[in-house]
Design a protein around this ligand. Structure first.
Ligand code: NI
Ligand code: MN
Length: 225
C-alpha cells in the first residue's frame, strides 16, 4: 500500500491497483497550496463525514476523475444532487469492493454538509485486503467504539486525528492506538487551523514513550505502508 498525504485529513491510498482518495479538502488549505489538485487521480473517493474540511473538493474531483464516491447514505445523496453519477451509499457495516473489504465504522463527532444539508452519521473506514489493512478513524474523539476495531483486523497502520479541539489530541490518539492495537499511526487533522496547531516533535516523543510510532508525512509526500 502507498499512502500520499495531501494535508489536513486528505490523503490517497493506493492498494490492489486502485487509487482511493479520502476526505478531499485541498484548495481551502493554506498549507497545501503547492498541491496541484487537477493532477490527483482517483478511482474511489471515500468521505468520512460532511464538514467542509473533508468535502470542499469532493464534487469537483469526483466529476473530473469519474471516481466512485463512497460514504454514508446522506452524503452520497448530496453528491448525486450535484451531478456525481458513480456512488455507493453505506452506513455502519461492511461491503466487499474490488479493492477489498471496506467497513464504515462509527466516529464520535457531528456531521452537516456545507449548505446545511444533513450529513448523516460521521464515521471512519477500515480496509482489509490481500495487501494488508488500513484504518482511518475520521474525525472522532476518543470513544469506546475504537475497541471494536481490533476484533475486525490485526492492524498494521492507522490514520488518526491528533490536533485536538475538534477531535482527539496527541494524548488521546496514543490511547486510541492502544485501543485499536496498532503500533504505527499516521497523524492527520493538525496544524491546518490555529486551534489545532501542535508541536510535532513532542507528539512523536509521546507516541514513542508509549511504544508506538507516529508518522507525520509532509504534504505531498508518499510513503509505503
Ligand atoms: Ni469534522
Ligand atoms: Mn474535520
Amino acid at each position: 500500500m502507498q499512502f500520499t498525504y495531501y494535508g489536513h485529513a486528505c490523503f490517497a491510498l493506493e492498494t490492489m491497483g486502485k487509487k482511493l482518495l479520502f476526505d478531499p479538502f485541498i484548495t481551502g488549505n493554506p498549507l497545501a497550496k503547492h498541491i496541484d489538485i487537477d493532477a490527483i487521480a482517483a478511482d474511489y473517493i471515500l468521505v468520512s463525514h460532511g464538514h467542509g474540511d473533508h468535502v470542499a473538493d469532493l464534487v469537483n474531483i469526483a466529476k473530473r476523475t469519474g471516481a466512485m464516491v463512497i460514504g454514508v447514505y446522506e452524503i452520497v445523496g448530496w453528491v448525486q444532487q450535484q451531478g456525481v453519477e458513480k456512488t455507493h451509499p453505506m452506513n455502519f457495516g461492511p461491503y466487499n469492493f474490488e479493492f477489498g473489504k471496506l467497513r464504515f465504522t462509527p466516529a464520535a463527532h457531528s456531521s452537516a454538509l456545507p449548505d446545511g444539508s444533513n450529513g448523516g452519521n460521521p464515521g471512519g473506514f477500515l480496509i482489509d485486503n490481500d495487501e494488508g489493512n488500513f484504518y482511518y478513524s475520521g474525525d472522532t474523539s476518543l470513544c469506546m467504539d475504537l475497541q471494536l476495531i481490533p476484533h475486525y483486523a490485526k492492524l498494521n497502520v492507522a490514520a488518526l486525528p491528533i490536533g485536538g479541539n475538534f477531535t482527539m489530541d496527541v494524548d488521546d490518539a496514543v490511547m486510541a492506538a492502544q485501543m485499536i492495537q496498532c503500533k504505527k499511526i499516521i497523524g492527520v487533522h493538525y496544524d491546518t487551523f490555529p486551534a489545532i496547531i501542535i508541536d510535532k516533535e513532542t507528539a512523536r516523543e509521546k507516541f514513542m514513550a508509549a511504544g508506538y510510532e507516529l508518522l507525520l508525512p509532509a504534504i505531498g509526500e508518499t510513503i509505503s505502508l
